[in-house]
Design a protein around this ligand. Structure first.
Ligand code: MN
Length: 289
């Protein structure tokens, strides 16, 4: 059965800045789609293509904590560098995904990679926050640096396009990201005039971000930069590209637990939020210059 569409949210009128390096349209929860409604997805910030211009000053967001969930950074254009309090450092290149499990707590900073910053050019990214079930919120912080060549790749018939399976399973291809609860995350590239179809479990909270191009989703037009929220009824999603299109499909089994969030801390109770804040202030997340 075809999934019905609950709503199609256009891109918000104004972007917000995360630090000075990420010019983002907040689709969850700012688009009126609550964290509960989209569980396990807590936040989706979409840096639609934007040229920051060449700069000697490296733009980004300085040292900040995360605890109790995962941050997933998907790079389409431009390069993001990061450093964290576990001593990890890396660069997320176009086509790469960084899946960071903040778990028990981490400090990190995220910024434009130095050479990219100097030269400038188009920058296009998504950051998605995925909640952890209560039993895994205190798992030690770690991350999966997934490069473009490691993605599960499905070449669609008739040169219709490519699906990069980041997490979960499409047809018989499994994505490289390991997740704590069932999640599908697909980077979909579809050529103009072509179509494809997906099936995801009916109980999953499911949405489609239209990164580039106009598409038709289960019979409704979704314009560039819009966010399509599906009802939790059927399983089938069919997509037709009116133009060459790039989309991010996310589906996840809801985590049926209370969500108490305070900025970069997402726990199950207010007491745990206070404790997280105290741990952070006591330096228990480590140190990072
Ligand atoms: Mn962060």
């Amino acid at each position: 059965m075809k999934k019905s569409i609950e709503r199609i949210s256009p891109r918000p009128a104004q972007p917000g800045m995360v630090g000075d390096g990420f010019r983002v349209f907040n689709m969850i929860p700012g688009g009126g789609i609550s964290q509960r409604r989209m569980s396990p997805f807590l936040l989706l910030d979409f840096n639609a293509e934007f040229d920051f211009g060449p700069s000697d000053h490296i733009r980004g967001v300085d040292v900040h904590p995360h605890k109790g969930f995962e941050t997933v950074t998907i790079a389409y254009k431009g390069r993001v560098a990061h450093h964290d309090s576990s001593g990890n450092h890396g660069v997320i290149n176009p086509g790469d995904v960084q899946w960071m499990t903040a778990g028990a707590g981490i400090l990190h900073k995220e910024y434009h990679e130095e050479t990219f910053s100097k030269v400038g050019g188009p920058f296009e990214m998504v950051q998605l926050w995925v909640n952890l079930p209560a039993k895994d919120k205190s798992t030690p912080a770690h991350y999966q640096a997934i490069t473009a060549d490691q993605m599960g790749k499905v070449v669609l018939p008739k040169d219709a396009g490519i699906v990069n399976v980041i997490a979960g399973k499409f047809e018989n291809t499994v994505g490289p990201a390991s997740t704590y609860t069932p999640v599908n995350l697909f980077d979909i590239k579809l050529e103009q005039g072509h179509q494809t179809a997906f099936a995801v479990p009916g109980n999953h909270n499911t949405a489609l971000l239209v990164v580039n191009g106009e598409v038709e989703v289960n019979g409704q037009v979704a314009s560039e930069h819009s966010f399509v929220l599906f009802a939790n009824d059927g399983e089938e999603i069919s997509i037709k590209a009116h133009e060459k299109a790039v989309m991010l499909l996310l589906s996840g089994e809801p985590i049926d637990e209370p969500i108490v969030s305070y900025g970069p801390f997402v726990m199950n109770t207010q007491e745990e939020i206070y404790a997280a804040f105290e741990d952070f202030q006591a330096g228990k997340f480590g140190t990072l210059e």
